[in-house]
Design a protein around this ligand. Sequence first.
Ligand code: FES
Length: 272
Amino acid sequence: RPAVPAPAAGGGVHHPSRAAIPARHLRRDRWWLAPAATTTGLLIFVVYATWRAFADERYYAAPYISPFYSPCFATRCVPMKDGASWGLFGDWWALSPALLVLIFPLGFRLTCYYYRKAYYRGFWASPPACAVAEPHKKYTGETRFPLILQNVHRYFFYAAVLVAAVLTYDAAIGFRNEHEEWGHMGLGTLVLVANAVLIWAYTLSCHSCRHIVGGRLRTFSKHPVRYRMWTWVGRLNARHMALAWASLVSVALADLYVYLVAGGVFDDPSFF
Ligand code: FES
């Protein structure tokens, strides 16, 4: 499709039907607060996640494994119980094991419809916010390379389901003690369980998931199971932004918890 030129004077946000507002951005409220807060939050996460992904240490405190390093594929992973360390790739993989797995949740979030809106506004001001004049000369949307690659989102969704399944396994392993027996529960167990629940809620609230579950149906009454699932996913989907942030915070906190316990900063409080 051809590039869509930014609205010229007299069109778009400058249309005569719009109230004559002398403000430079055509809005008098503090419209920049939301994109500024979004940018700040994302930057904090990116800095933290980059540090932890390359840190290559303190990601396992039995029975807890950091979600940034799970599943731990590489041979260089620290020894873990319950098969959490896979020992693949031999010695040639010399980088942090986190880099082998983070590509999937990273790709899922980077191509997420909500995050796209968030970082297009926050980092590129394209557009800066609703009803604010587009500062760029022309607007091609996602019709060209590289942004057309955002269409791979639906495939990252399938990978994200696997990631959520792995984190669920890790949370379950959190109920095992040092002898690999069931019957343990520490604060770390609750942290991993809460993270797995939020990751599932975010993953299932995905727009691609909603389409996979209930899309392309002509008659809902002929597909009662898919219709029921579609309504459940729809309810989650309405909270997609909140779940995106909640799961982003929870995954960072779960990693931080394991980092602190693995480093001996404090002992994991155990309830039984
Ligand atoms: Fe956000 Fe799919 S649209 S995860």
